[in-house]
Design a binder for this molecule. Structure first.
Ligand code: ADP
Ligand code: MG
Length: 312
């Protein structure tokens, strides 16, 4: 197995071992694992409904979106899980997204008793931060982890995100926790609308571009390649990386205060309270963005409703 995959597996085992038998309803459970020189195997609890991305994207293709009260049931479980993870365990997931939200049960047409039960899964990129490590990492920025379109504004390029004193002074734990909350906001928005809240190019490209730039620097250093010259003909020369064109994606505009919150939620008929809830998770300034603990007490989450619908 490739070294980085082994590291991810070992990390997942370590994190899941910390979570074993604690608040089992919120996290996929680890049943056991084995190491051999050639293989690492993990036995996990089976999540019958698969991952949330499949459900949401299948529904979106059929022109359906999940009713708001069902989204609330799901969001509530995820926030409770995240709050426990952050505040009790000091574990930061760092890859919250629909593909890592797994479905244990869902309301079925032929079985009136079934309800939504989702869990947070895939702890491969998660980080446990103990007190000492928190102090050590206080001045660090947030490292690129997870999936581009779920990155918070502070994850993106330093050139358009100005780190505030708060970012530097505040605990590392506080900052990684807020990045998880942003990713949860993107996920809830996606469940409510079937689409992402912001342009994806920047999020995806930022990783790809850095990788390509690194690769091209290597090529540039070593190999002369064919490069186009002014008269349109190719000639042999040293490749120069093109200057990246500045891209003003909707995320950047929103984070810089030049664009309103995306209109998708209102267009999908989400209630004003529901919109305010998602806005709280997606506040571009991480200092103003809610913690999972704060989100838990928002009026939209605490609203009690018994309905669960078989909507797909
Ligand atoms: N315990 C599980 N039960 C059912 N399906 C799962 C389970 N764990 C993962 N999956 C499926 O496999 C996919 C990938 O698993 P994941 O743990 O997220 O690994 P990675 O993203 O690192 O490849 C998930 O998106 C989900 O569809
Ligand atoms: Mg995954």
């Amino acid at each position: 197995m490739r070294q980085h995959v082994i590291r991810l597996c070992e990390n997942e085992i370590e994190i899941l071992s910390r979570l074993r038998a604690r608040q089992q309803e919120y996290f996929t459970q680890l049943y056991g694992y084995t190491y051999t020189p050639s293989h690492t195997s993990i036995a996990m609890e089976y999540m019958l409904g698969g991952s949330m991305d499949v459900v949401v994207h299948k529904a979106a293709k059929m022109g359906k979106i999940m009713p708001e009260h069902d989204v609330r049931k799901i969001a509530k479980q995820l926030i409770k899980g995240l709050d426990f993870l952050h505040n009790t365990c000091h574990i930061y997931h760092r890859d919250i997204k629909l593909a890592n939200i797994l479905i244990k049960s869902w309301p079925k047409a032929n079985d009136k008793g079934t309800v939504w039960h989702v869990k947070i899964g895939d702890f491969g990129l998660s980080e446990y931060v103990n007190d000492l490590r928190d102090i050590e990492k206080r001045g660090d920025g947030i490292r690129q982890r997870g999936t581009g379109v779920y990155f918070s504004p502070e994850h993106h390029s330093d050139s358009w995100y100005k780190r505030t004193t708060w970012d530097i002074d505040h605990s590392y734990r506080g900052r990684v926790a807020k990045a998880d909350v942003w990713a949860l906001g993107v996920s809830v928005y996606e469940i409510m609308t079937g689409t992402l809240p912001f342009d994806v190019e920047e999020g995806c490209d930022i990783v790809k571009e850095r990788f390509m730039a690194k690769l091209k620097r290597k090529i540039h250093d070593k190999v002369p390649v064919k490069v186009p010259v002014d008269n349109g003909q190719a000639t042999l020369g040293l490749w120069q990386p093109p200057k990246p064109k500045p891209k003003l994606t909707s995320l950047r505009k929103y984070a810089q205060g030049d664009a309103d919150f995306p209109a998708g939620l209102a267009e999908c008929g989400v209630s004003p309270l529901g919109i305010r809830f998602v806005q709280g998770l997606l506040k571009p300034d991480s200092q103003k963005r809610w913690t999972a603990g704060q989100a838990l007490w928002h009026g939209w989450v605490t609203l009690e409703e018994d309905r669960e619908t078989n909507w797909i």
